[in-house]
Design a binder for this molecule. Structure first.
Ligand code: ARG
Length: 372
């Protein structure tokens, strides 16, 4: 086996490569904060580990973050590089402590968009959290057999969930030969319904991070009978736990996720968590609450019928919201100027605050959309 020093970027010296990336791609946070002196201070074993973490940012110079943790301990072990990247991305200045508190209890009731405008009674709403289990390496470092072992553990937990009338449902596996394996047509339909994740092996960032390796082994999805509680297994994080509904009641969406998450947590080993960084995730962009709450809003005026997202992105920034197209990350607006709105912050904000931001921000955008 060749050492990763050779395999990262054709044997060229890593520090030279990163220097070039820093000059060409100032947005790549890994390259921006990579410090040669720190790198040189590491012993060979730690350098190898670091290479795996930053490989995605080297092989994909246009990365925004440019790193994926391979093990939960990486955040501590490589703090001199990762912490400045995390502070920058999450907008936490050096004079502030990084700390994550959780709050699912502050009432988020009353976040009903239909009460704002009857036209908002049937929007697509989704809230997800990333979770990883400390007892396994993160997805980038898993072997085919640990991916399969992980899926088996989860299938056992889901079988308990399925007995519970509040959940029911089924587990759909992508693992060839699994007793829960689904056919291609079913998989395609689940993707179309935005329930299942896409073939990750086509994502160059995930591939360089080792996250899509062994595709599709150990990958699958649990979905509740009512189709509103979903758990992805083996995507960018061990688990992506989410609630999805069409409607207008963001509070109901949030409590469905919370209830499902609590029930699931009792059936599996502990989630990896740190006081400073909250729930530990593969990608440092997701640390903290690891939560992304979003809804699809038709904003034809603000997006010029979907032709221009730039203006609405700027407006949304003031409301602490990010805007993307409805086809997921890096997509453009859909028909009728439908866009995906979500609070930007993940780290240093509580779950309840994220829901509040989504509700208040979308109400504000809606009133701008409908002004004059
Ligand atoms: N690794 C990519 C980058 O650094 C993705 C970052 C955020 N997206 C994600 N799905 N984690 O730009």
């Amino acid at each position: 086996m060749t050492s990763s020093l050779e395999t990262v970027g054709n044997g060229e010296d890593v520090t030279t490569q990163i220097r070039d990336i820093r000059a060409a791609q100032p947005g790549n946070l890994m390259a921006r904060y990579f410090d040669e002196a720190y790198y040189c201070s590491l012993d060979e074993a730690k350098r190898e580990r670091l290479h795996k973490i930053i490989r995605s940012g080297i092989e994909n110079p246009d990365s925004q973050m440019g790193a994926y943790a391979q093990n939960c301990t990486d955040y501590e072990d490589f703090e001199p590089l990762l912490e400045p990247m995390i502070r920058d991305y999450h907008n936490i200045s050096d004079d502030r402590l990084i700390a994550q508190e959780h709050d699912w209890a502050t009432p988020t009731s009353g976040y009903n968009l239909e009460g704002v405008d009857a036209r908002l009674k049937d929007v697509s709403m989704r809230v997800r959290v990333g979770r990883n289990i400390g007892a396994f390496p993160l997805p980038g470092a898993m072997t085919k057999s640990s991916r399969l072992e992980f899926e088996t553990l989860l299938i056992e937990a889901f079988s308990v969930l399925m007995e519970d009338p509040e959940f029911g449902g089924e587990y759909l596996s992508l693992t060839p030969g699994s007793s829960c394996e689904i056919d291609e047509e079913t998989y395609r339909r689940r993707i179309e319904a935005h329930q299942m994740f896409k073939d990750m092996s086509g994502d160059p960032y995930l591939e360089s991070g080792g996250i899509s390796s062994d595709w599709p082994y150990g990958r699958g999805m649990y979905i509740s009978g009512s189709q509103d509680f979903i758990v992805w297994v083996g995507e960018e994080d061990h688990l992506r736990v989410m609630s999805m509904k069409r409607g207008s009641d963001l509070s109901a969406l949030f409590s469905r996720l919370h209830g499902g998450l609590e029930t699931l947590a009792k059936l599996i080993p502990d989630f990896a968590h740190s006081e400073r960084y909250g729930y530990l995730t593969s990608c440092p962009t997701n640390l903290g609450s690891a939560m992304r709450a979003s809804l699809h809003l038709p904003l034809p005026n603000l997006t010029k019928e979907g032709r221009d997202l730039e203006h609405v992105k700027e407006t949304a920034l003031d409301l602490s919201l990010a805007v993307r197209g409805v086809g997921g990350e890096h997509s453009e607006a859909g028909e009728g100027g439908i866009v995906d709105i979500s609070p930007r912050a993940r780290l240093g904000v509580t779950e309840a605050e994220i829901m509040q931001c989504l509700y208040e921000g979308s109400v504000a955008l809606w009133s701008l959309e409908n002004a004059n």
